[in-house]
Design a binder for this molecule. Structure first.
Ligand SMILES: Cc1cc2nc3c(=O)[nH]c(=O)nc-3n(C[C@H](O)[C@H](O)[C@H](O)COP(=O)(O)OP(=O)(O)OC[C@H]3O[C@@H](n4cnc5c(N)ncnc54)[C@H](O)[C@@H]3O)c2cc1C
Length: 511
């Protein structure tokens, strides 16, 4: 197709629910044709095990606000429910050929396959699909060594302003935004969901930069206070109500301001914001892994771990873990809090997965979709990479098995968080709160530990060690490193035998 054939532009909103810093929209405006802003609710997507009504609630808030913003620009959002190829066929036969703009999406396997179908349909119909890079993640990256520079150059580019006005395609009505409680999205929503929408995202960013981020690092791992002191921007980033570039640039401005102040508190705040900036970069790094290797959603990064857990799957353990009834107070409190709030801090996510994967020996491929549904901020790129890391199946990361009793003592010493979410333990004193089974008279309604910590860890360690010692393990690890590791890590790990020994030692120490 040549540009002359296109009668209008379709801007397909996906995980980018904003109009500021939105390159596809800006490109469509520049092209000068009438614009159809589009969001598609795809019923087959909403049947997948890793999506939930909780995600829809956040998206719903964000779509309503996006629509209001677009109405102000004279081009209301068109929301269609159904198959996207049918929709495109329909639009093309009614209104003629169009130019398609969107961001590149690094989603789950379903969205990856859907995008491949859209691409071949576009090719058949000679429709141009212009996909803009999303949040520093590069498509068809040839050299991983240059990725970090590429990402940083994207982050430094000026934020794109929202268009002042749009010319819309007239007389098109595709349907309305489905209701929040429509049965298509399931009814597995329990508790509170973070409010979506850009206004809330900007407010959250502002309060983090103004004040909440001051003690970010100190409280990052605490299951209670972290809910306030972490940025809480993850769901906004996952659904794109804010771009990472906007967040990074706002953070740099704040760091500059604090640096001018020069006092001790400001310097401390700067260090916390710098740690936050590193995490934003990690985010892109993790999503980049899935972009390069979509199969990490369902295949262990290192093949030696295939078959290690699958046949031992214990449904009773899985149910107990899902319900927060394992008999380990902090594990159960974290899981129940996740059911209620849809968010928990990084260390507690890691501990929950470590417990499922090592103590209960559950295959990560069954635990990961369940948890994805619980996280409002579900982001496949981070999620599956982290699940693999916390389950010890990457072959390139030190194996870390969290001790749930030690975590409990360290992160919730007085048991305040535990008592909030595990009411059966509300009268248990600080002496017993981390190991209530040691005094059986205290918590009658609370289960005994589902497995013995020491026994379970010993079993997990021996199984993991077997894989690490298998033939060809190191050679495969080098391949994984080359494909997926961050370059800093690669240079560390590939250094020498001493380094390899050290990483095995780490394996011993962290159990
Ligand atoms: C098993 C497991 C699964 C996870 N699944 C998800 C997921 O589906 N979606 C998701 O956004 N995060 C996920 N994380 C990473 C992390 O726990 C969350 O990003 C973080 O807790 C979100 O809260 P926040 O926005 O307040 O984070 P902050 O601590 O304020 O961090 C700011 C941003 O940096 C990014 N970030 C923070 N920590 C990490 C990390 N370790 N790796 C990559 N990016 C990071 C996130 O985008 C986050 O919003 C997972 C972690 C684990 C251990």
């Amino acid at each position: 197709m040549t540009l002359n054939d296109a009668k209008f532009s379709v801007v397909w909103f996906k995980r980018d629910l904003r109009i500021a810093d939105h390159e596809p929209l800006a490109k469509a405006v520049k092209l000068g044709l009438p614009i159809l802003p589009l969001y598609v609710v795809e019923p087959d997507y909403w049947k997948l095990p890793d999506v939930s009504q909780r995600h829809w609630h956040f998206i719903h808030d964000s779509l309503c606000e996006l629509n209001n913003e677009l109405i102000k620009k004279n081009a209301p959002l068109c929301v269609y429910t159904g198959d996207i190829i049918n929709l495109f066929e329909n639009i093309r036969s009614r209104f003629g050929s169009f130019y398609l703009f969107s961001h590149q999406e690094t989603g789950n396997n379903w969205t990856y396959q859907r995008d491949r179908m859209v691409l071949s349909w576009c090719k058949e119909q000679r429709i141009v699909w212009d996909e803009s890079q999303s949040n520093g993640v590069a498509r068809r990256l040839i050299n991983r060594d240059t990725w970090s520079d590429l990402r940083n150059s994207v982050m430094r580019k000026p934020v794109i302003l929202a268009p002042s006005t749009l010319t819309s395609l007239k007389d098109i009505n595709l349907g309305a935004i489905p209701s929040k409680d429509c049965s298509m999205f399931g009814n597995n929503l329990i508790g509170n969901v973070q409010t979506g929408g850009r206004a809330q995202g900007l407010k959250t960013l502002q309060s983090f930069l103004d004040e909440r981020g001051q003690r970010y690092m100190l409280t990052l791992s605490k299951p209670g206070i972290s809910a306030r002191n972490c940025s809480r921007l993850s769901a906004h980033i996952a659904y794109g109500t804010l771009s990472i570039r906007e967040i990074e640039q706002a953070t740099h401005r704040r760091i500059k301001e604090l640096s001018f102040a020069g006092d001790e508190n400001s310097q401390y705040f700067v260090r916390n914001l710098s740690a936050f900036l590193s995490r934003l970069a990690w985010r892109c790094h993790f999503v980049q892994k899935l972009e390069q290797q979509p199969c990490i959603e369902y295949q262990c990064m290192h093949p030696a771990f295939e078959g290690m857990r699958e046949n031992d799957f214990n449904d009773i353990y899985f149910e107990a873990w899902k319900k927060g009834r394992t008999g380990y107070p902090l594990v159960d409190a974290c899981m129940r809090s996740l059911h209620q709030n849809g968010w928990i801090t990084f260390r507690m996510r890691a501990m929950l997965v470590s417990f499922a994967s090592y103590h209960l020996w559950l295959d990560w491929r069954k635990t990961a979709p369940f948890m994805a549904g619980l996280f409002t901020d579900y982001e496949p790129g981070i999620h599956y990479s982290q699940f693999q890391m916390q389950s010890g199946v990457t072959g390139i990361n030190a194996v870390r098995m969290y001790n749930p009793i030690k975590q409990s003592v360290d992160q919730d010493p007085e048991g305040i968080f535990i008592k909030r979410y595990v009411p059966e333990l509300k009268n248990v004193s600080q002496t017993w709160i981390h190991e209530p089974w040691r005094n059986l008279t205290l918590a009658k309604d609370y289960p005994l530990p589902i497995v013995d910590h020491a026994v379970a860890i010993k079993h997990a360690r021996s199984q993991i060690n077997l894989c690490w010692k298998s033939q060809g393990f190191k050679e495969e690890s080098s391949i994984v490193l080359e494909k997926l590791a961050s370059r800093k890590r690669k240079s560390r790990v590939s250094r020498s035998n001493t380094e390899k020994k050290a990483s095995h030692k780490q394996l011993e120490l962290k159990f």
